[in-house]
Design a protein around this ligand. Sequence first.
Ligand SMILES: Nc1ncnc2c1ncn2[C@@H]1O[C@H](COP(=O)(O)OP(=O)(O)O)[C@@H](O)[C@H]1O
Ligand SMILES: [Mg+2]
Length: 388
Amino acid sequence: MNNTPKGIVISEDKGLYQKLSANLAPIVEITGRTPDIASGYKLAREANVDLVFLDLTDKAPDCINFAKRIKRVQPETEVFMVGSTRDPDLLLDGMRAGASDFLTYPFEEKAVIASVKDALDRGGNLSKGGEIVSVFSLKGGVGVTTIAINLASHVFDLTRDKVLLFDLNLFMGDISSYLNIETAYTPYDLLRDVERMDENLMFSSVDQHDAGFYVMTTPGEISDSDQVSPADILSMLGVLKKHFDYIIVDCPHDFSERTLKVCSFSDTVFVVTQQTIPTVKSVQKVIEFFRDMEFDPDKVQVIINRYLKDSTMEASDLEGVFQKKIFSKISNDYPLFAKISTKGETVNHGAEKHRINREYQAMAGDLTGISPASDGFWKQLFSGGLFR
Ligand SMILES: Nc1ncnc2c1ncn2[C@@H]1O[C@H](COP(=O)(O)OP(=O)(O)O)[C@@H](O)[C@H]1O
Ligand SMILES: [Mg+2]
């Protein structure tokens, strides 16, 4: 019983406190309530509580400041916002401040338990385990999916670790058509199995591409992605991190709550640009936005895709605009991708000699810290070459 996480409620509303205590009784012990933020802060500090539930009614800005402060001094404390409507601006401010989630009052018992449980699991799960690498662009068609696929393939080549390519385009993803594979096990199946997932079930279910990395994507038909909440996404990532060393995420081109949660829990977010004004402008906005979200600047990295050496927009110009070093440049070669994707191949298994293959290899090397062996270390190893 002593291991039960403890929480407090900051609200003038006694009914809210009673309801929350009753709903959360199986997983959290609510040890007290205080009506105002100042005494709530003291209480949260003194008792070093695991959870704080903050009623936003009438004093949202103070609550956001409180969340920021408490997350700074007690980062492991989960802060939940409580309010009658899910105001998107408030939600965003709350996320920036480090709040775990927003609960709507009157409570829906199941949703409250799921959200709190996720936050508690995450504290344990999302901070350890495999590395999450997201590939993102607010504009479509710049090469996010292509980069996610080829990065996964190269990271596997360099590390031989368990690498998963995860398609967050739950509505309808492109990965299965680019890779020419029919995956049986989708993110929806994973969500259903989250509670009972173990090593056996994971690796007997999830599909593996011929190139060696694993793939989880939606079927090539439109699915009902609205059923999947941001909290669901996080519990999936929590489970995936336990079993995979790298999870490379092909993100949708939006700033939805789901995408933002994934980016905020990623170890690296690759933002993809091209050398065109609209794309550069959009990337600039994305970088600013991530800065506002207080993402660690080092985790946000820029890749130039379809790079043209003789463009009027040189890489150094872009570094000036983004105030960031360019992480990687991938040259432009449309026919190459058209060719390999009709065969469902990746650049390292279909265009080994191509410069784009070397560029991808260098990108994966910089990400993993493992530089490519000059003459195919793994090939030699597996053909027995190194032991002769
Ligand atoms: N380096 C590249 N050179 C030329 N064409 C590319 C390159 N990378 C991707 N493409 C092509 O650009 C198109 C869009 O890529 P895709 O990965 O689907 O973008 P997104 O996921 O951002 O919408 C595809 O036809 C793809 O083959
Ligand atoms: Mg895509």
